[in-house]
Ligand binder design. Sequence first.
Ligand code: PLP
Length: 372
Amino acid sequence: MLTYLDHAATTPMRATAVEAMLPFFSERFANPSGSHRFARDARKAVDEARDQVAELAGVKPGEVVFTGCGTESDNSVVTGVAGTVVCPAVEHHAVLQPVEHRGGVVVGVDTAGHVDLDQLAAALTPDVALVSVMAVNNEVGTITDIATVAAVVRRAAPNAVLHTDAVQAACWLDLRTITPHVDLLSLSAHKFGGPKGVGVLVGRPGASFEPLLVGGGQERERRSGTHNVAGIIGMSVALRATDNEREEENARIAILRDALVDGLRSRLDDVHETVARSDKVAGSAHVCFDGIENEALLYLLDEAGVCASAASACASGAMEPSHVLAAMGVPNERARGALRLTLGRTTTAADVAEATTAVVDSVGKLRAGRAA
Ligand code: PLP
């Protein structure tokens, strides 16, 4: 039995989403861009999914662009707006890398990972075209006060568009409270019980961008490529269920997360909570243990059947120093002992108990090994 505490990496799919997708792999397989009745059936399903996603995000259906993943949504924005781009140093690499590639401006953050508003204001010169600030950080769980960021951007750079990567926000924050403040917003279905390989880019009126993919002109020329019909349907079902359960889940998961972190702190010395719980989403636990290397810790946890992570999941699986912790000013020695445990819809009290025991045992072993 695995104890899965890596919900920020990906979430298990909801059975209702899987079920809703199945007909689109078989009898309803048509391409929604076609002109026959079979195609119209698929188009109707995509349109209904668009209506749902729009309602749940608090925007109009025409503002919803279906994409291939959160990375694509982020890349589309950063590469698709002409002019200087600005983002904080703790962004996901899907934003940070294209910003750096374009020679954009990367601004600092405080010790909790919030964008430094003074540095942001100073960076907002008249040639700034795009500001991208994530709604929730994937590594440490910090929530951005997007209304405050928007106020700074609107005042200093009234012509700039504001994008938020809300990929890690959908489970925990009501998207309707975010969209009124931004021009563009990215989502990814697999982070909220939907399938991998489908995302959303919300584009508010006036926020235009050069499409990353051109060709068939789907999504009103904003994202070419045959629709992933099943994926889009699965995503809309998962987002509806997530929205229905969000309030209850926030309360339930916060209790489990607190039990997890408090359990570790009471049974181990020198455990540092990276960000105060009041600053972060309920599903995120991030701690640093003095005197250990997280690579070794993850190995022992894996042996014990606990799925955890050190920083964000990356394709190579290699442990690179976290750019997020570095930007927050966490010293390197401390960052080396960082552990991210992320909870979600399927997490139970038994998972928390298992994980607590496994982490306490593993950290104990590693520390004893060092002392010997
Ligand atoms: N942005 C954030 C904050 C993420 O956590 C992730 C996924 O790890 C992404 C973007 C990329 O999303 P996707 O996996 O759909 O490409």
